[in-house]
Design a protein around this ligand. Structure first.
Ligand SMILES: [Fe+2]
Length: 140
């Protein structure tokens, strides 16, 4: 049973970003399903590895798009990306150190990210791009 449902309000209009965001939803749901079955701990390492590589790839994509469209709040948005990257790195370290109750922490972290970053910051970027797209060449 999934916990994170994709909704129209999350659509940014940039296909690659939407696909990457949906991938984040799938990781959240995978961990949630495993937790319900009492197997959260077992797949936590796999989830954190996926999350770490996703974070790097996804933020690079978003930052490239922001630069291409000269997004005025780029520095602030990139800072938030860097904080999220640090948080994922910290969670990975905690997993390596076998910290307790980490499964719930990772699940909460990803849900927070989804709610605050995607629905807040990313939509601001995409609204800006939508309003200014005509000034710039379309990204391939
Ligand atoms: Fe972002």
């Amino acid at each position: 049973m999934p916990i994170a449902f994709w909704r129209d309000e999350y659509i940014t209009g940039e296909t690659i970003i939407d696909e990457q965001h949906q991938y984040l939803f799938s990781i959240i749901n995978k961990l949630h399903d495993a937790m319900i079955e009492g197997k959260g701990q077992q797949i936590l390492g796999e989830i954190l590895n996926k999350l770490a590589s996703y974070t790097v790839e996804h933020f690079e994509t978003e930052e490239q798009i922001m630069k291409q469209y000269e997004y005025p709040d780029f520095v602030c948005h990139k800072e938030k990306h860097d904080q999220l990257k640090d948080a994922v790195f910290t969670l990975k370290k905690q997993w390596e150190n076998k910290e307790q109750f980490l499964t719930v922490k990772v699940s909460q972290f990803m849900t927070e990210w989804l709610i605050h970053h995607i629905k807040g910051e990313d939509l601001k970027v995409m609204n800006y791009i939508r309003d200014n797209r005509h000034k710039y060449q379309k990204i391939n």
